[in-house]
Design a protein around this ligand. Structure first.
Ligand SMILES: *Cc1c(COP(=O)(O)O)cnc(C)c1O
Ligand code: SF4
Length: 423
């Protein structure tokens, strides 16, 4: 092993470890601008990773967004382990080169639902504002890969002004989700200008910053940035932040510092993770991630299924995984650490939530609801109130299930089983 390292040195090819040391020592680590200037691109990946054949093909033939990673985020990845979760988010693999028949550039029809460039108006009271196309790290799984990292998708100030005008003209809108790209990749001055414009619209009460910078470039959360955010976080406007941690390896001391700064600026922070094959697609990984997030004072918000975008097959998991993950988590962590499992419906149907089946149905004869305990796996009865007119609202418990579980039912009478209660 030592010999190989030496030989590579002689040939002018340093080991990934050495190349990384060189990179890290060449920049001002805590300065976010220095981190951005020194981002790792497609052609640099071979220096920082022992690439697999699949990765080499992915880098060469990808149909997805550009490669880009901050030295900070790179430092969380493993140069030798091809299964490292952070590495899979940074480095394209062969699966990225295939456009599967079920995939589409814009599966959520965000463009059809766009009244002006950069704005998606799907729900009456909320809009999605595409503020810019840049990010600190270009995540291989990005669902907005059709626009992100593509400089032809640049939003000029006039484009943003047209968005503000639309929002101003639609008084039913009260909530603006700023996303991109990543709004925290805008300059302080531009972000200040956007927030100021939104704050001036009387019917806008809520603004959400969708940003992955606390994860990929925590040094971006500077005191100056926080001051700007805080200055618009006022009686008139409430600023929230939705971030996207996907793996416990991302929960570093630096990330926590960034989060605490945002909290001090009065920003409420939620996490929207994405279920990614081989990265976090099991209950234990998601549980560990969300435990770390609570330690960082981040509440769970959503957990998404990856969208049907071109080249996404390497990340997609069966729908069942999401339901199983939530089922696994319930009872093992505080409720504020359990996300809602969300599917954004293809074709512009909006988001829906899916949850495990803890409700087995209504036993009509005894007018009892039957539940399965998430903690113990036992079955429990709860009666519908006397006089309720909602009996028809509930799905019937099928009799076969009833026969199977009736011997083992728990009810309000602790310790007493059904038989003893005379059903
Ligand atoms: C996700 C999304 C929102 C915000 O939805 P919430 O469920 O309120 O977080 C708003 N507009 C569009 C188009 C979206 O996709
Ligand atoms: S930070 Fe968000 S928008 Fe940017 S590439 Fe990653 S997932 Fe996409």
């Amino acid at each position: 092993m030592e010999e190989i390292v030496k030989k590579e040195g002689v040939l002018g090819l340093e080991s990934p470890e050495q190349e990384r040391m060189n990179l890290y020592s060449s920049l001002d680590w805590k300065d976010y601008k220095s981190q951005l200037r020194n981002r790792v691109r497609s052609q640099d990946l071979h220096k920082y990773f022992h690439l697999t054949e699949s990765e080499k093909l992915g880098i060469q033939d990808t149909i997805r967004l550009n490669v880009g990673a901050t030295p900070y985020y790179l430092s969380l990845s493993d140069p030798n382990d091809e299964n490292c979760p952070i590495r899979k988010i940074i480095v394209p693999r062969q699966e990225e080169a295939f456009f599967s028949p079920e995939e589409a550039m814009d599966p959520l029809h965000e463009e059809d639902l766009s009244p002006v460039k950069g704005l998606t108006h799907m729900y009456p009271d909320r809009v999605l504002l595409f503020s810019n196309h840049e990010c600190s790290v270009y995540c291989r799984h990005c669902m907005r890969g059709r626009k992100v990292s593509d400089s032809s998708e640049r939003m000029e100030s006039e484009d943003l002004e047209r968005c503000f005008e639309y929002i101003r003209d639609h008084s039913e809108i009260s909530d603006v989700v700023i996303s991109g790209g990543d709004p925290l990749n805008l300059s302080d001055a531009k972000l200040d200008w956007i927030l100021e414009n939104l704050e001036r619209i009387p019917h806008i009460k809520i603004c959400r910053l969708g940003t992955r910078n606390p994860v990929t470039l925590p040094m971006r959360i500077t005191d100056e940035l926080c001051k700007i955010i805080e200055s618009h976080n006022t009686d008139r406007l409430s600023i929230f932040c939705n971030t996207q941690f996907n793996h416990e390896k991302e929960c570093t001391t630096e990330a926590k510092e960034a989060i605490l700064k945002l909290l001090k600026a009065g920003v409420s922070i939620g996490n929207q993770s994405v279920i990614l094959k081989g990265i976090n697609d099991d209950g234990e990984s998601m549980l560990r991630l969300h435990r770390k997030l609570l330690e960082m004072r981040i509440r769970a918000y959503y957990m998404y299924d990856p969208e049907l975008i071109p080249g996404s097959r390497g990340f997609r998991t069966p729908l069942a995984k999401g339901i199983q993950i939530i089922e696994y988590m319930r009872g093992k962590i505080a409720g504020m650490g359990i996300p809602q499992f969300v599917n954004d419906l293809p074709g512009g149907g909006g988001k829906i939530t899916l949850s495990p089946n803890w409700y087995l149905g209504f036993h009509r004869d005894s007018r009892n609801h039957v539940f399965r305990s998430a903690v113990r796996g036992t079955y429990h009865l709860s009666p519908e109130p006397v006089g309720s007119e909602y009996d028809d609202f509930y799905p019937s418990l099928d009799l076969e299930t009833w026969e199977k579980i009736r011997e083992n039912l728990y009810s309000v009478t602790r310790g007493l089983r059904l038989e003893e209660e005379g059903f």
